[in-house]
Design a protein. Structure first.
Length: 378
């Protein structure tokens, strides 16, 4: 059976859904792999490396022969037209708010899997694209902040005087936030962090940063069974803003990463808070593509506020470290696909009762099958 790996069509997407390592593993399972020419170029994987690993280098039209398509982003209508009905498509599907696109995949007859719905259980850790990509985004956020900040991050005691350490505040300490804390600490910054989940407190402390949060009854119940945050009440958000406002005014760099699955990102930094910061301070909004944590952040732009604070809203931050991100992403997809290949017959054999399949399958046999999108009928 044929696995096809296209070049991503989105101009903002330099990542690719396979690596030489995963091509080798896929062919090892008895699958034929076709990689579209140039698919890996922006991730520093030349066609020859894919070929050496056992892939055939092909063209976009080869999608028509594929039983499985591995992608970074959800296929658009033009791509879907080229797919075989019944093909499995594995990608990050960004389905919330995109119900029409989900229905289009059902109509095209593809079996679509949303990698971001992978349950966070031990067995699926190796398939967790949110973690593998958020980890790199958290790292890159600090690198971007350091590049925009026209002072040094670490304290430097020199013969010519002392440069103070930068104060960095991380808002939202899931996977990205934890990596941002670790990276900022490695660069010598003085780091504080906040979150609405109690579990975050200990994790922040274990990385040597100071935790700051409104720890009321609502905070104690803010974590869902899946480990994610709930949307907090208006009252909590007001208390949170009051607590963080004074703190933000004293920070040099603020990195926000707060997300709530299926909901717009919570607004954590108001225009007044931005106005309270010193000129030359930097804010990185990693949630900008989900509506943003920061008032005034613009997706895809670095804007400077009236008082000289840079607000960075880069798109696709994992894509800014594409060569690393692709390797991890490719391995996540391989691990999932491997569970769906029958070792003896070397055929795709999707077990629709498997909890990983149930959690991630969006469309199947012409229908939208995921419980969260029951209304997105084809
Ligand atoms: P996420 O990307 O959904 O959100 C980022 C962070 O924003 C979260 O920590 C969330 O609590 C926080 N947040 C939401 N609203 C906020 C607000 N108003 N103020 C401040 N912070 C707010 O989260 P994630 O990175 O996917 O991680 C979610 C959880 O899953 C974490 O506990 C993480 O450790 C856990 N996790 C578990 C596994 C596993 O067990 N396999 C793998 C990865 C992550």
């Amino acid at each position: 059976q044929i696995v096809f790996v296209p070049k991503e069509v989105d101009a903002n997407e330099p990542r690719v859904a396979a690596s030489p390592d995963t091509v080798k593993r896929l062919t090892g399972l008895g699958l034929d792999v076709i990689v579209e020419a140039g698919a890996g170029t922006l991730s520093r994987i030349p066609d020859e490396e894919f070929a050496k690993a056992g892939a055939t280098i092909g063209k976009a039209g080869d999608a028509a022969r594929a039983d499985v398509v591995l992608k970074v982003r959800r296929p658009g209508d033009d791509e879907l037209k080229g797919y075989k009905s019944g093909a499995a498509v594995i990608a990050t599907m960004d389905p919330y708010g995109n119900e029409v696109a989900v229905a289009a995949m059902a109509k095209a007859g593809v079996t679509a899997f949303a990698m971001e719905f992978m349950p966070r259980i031990t067995r699926a850790q190796v398939m967790d694209v949110l973690s593998s990509q958020a980890n790199l985004a958290g790292y890159q956020a600090v690198v971007d902040a350091a590049a925009e900040y026209d002072r040094a991050l670490p304290m430097m005691m020199t013969a010519a005087g002392t440069v103070p350490a930068a104060k960095v505040f991380i808002m939202g300490v899931g996977v990205a936030g934890l990596q941002a804390i670790a990276t900022a600490r490695r660069m010598g910054a003085v780091v504080t962090a906040t979150d609405v989940r109690p579990a975050a407190k200990e994790q922040v402390a274990s990385l040597g940063a100071k935790f700051l949060a409104v720890e009321d009854e609502e905070f104690k119940a803010a974590e869902t069974a899946g480990g994610y945050a709930k949307e907090m009440s208006k009252e909590y958000q007001a208390k949170q803003a009051a607590l963080t406002a004074d703190h933000i005014a004293k920070q040099d760099i603020v990195i926000t990463t707060a997300l709530i699955p299926g909901r717009p990102a919570p607004r954590l930094v108001s225009a007044a808070m931005v106005a309270s910061m010193k000129p030359g301070s930097v804010i990185i909004d990693l949630a900008v593509e989900r509506g943003g944590n920061v008032e005034g952040a613009v997706a895809g732009k670095v804007v400077t506020s009236a008082n000289g604070v840079k607000i960075v809203g880069h798109l696709n931050v994992p894509g800014r470290v594409a060569a690393s991100a692709s390797l991890l992403y490719a391995r996540n997809l391989f691990a999932f696909l491997e569970t769906m290949v029958d070792k003896a017959s070397k055929q795709l054999a999707i077990n629709r009762d498997d909890e990983l399949v149930k959690a991630t399958m969006l469309t199947d046999a012409g229908k939208v099958v995921h419980a969260n999108f029951a209304n997105a009928a084809a």
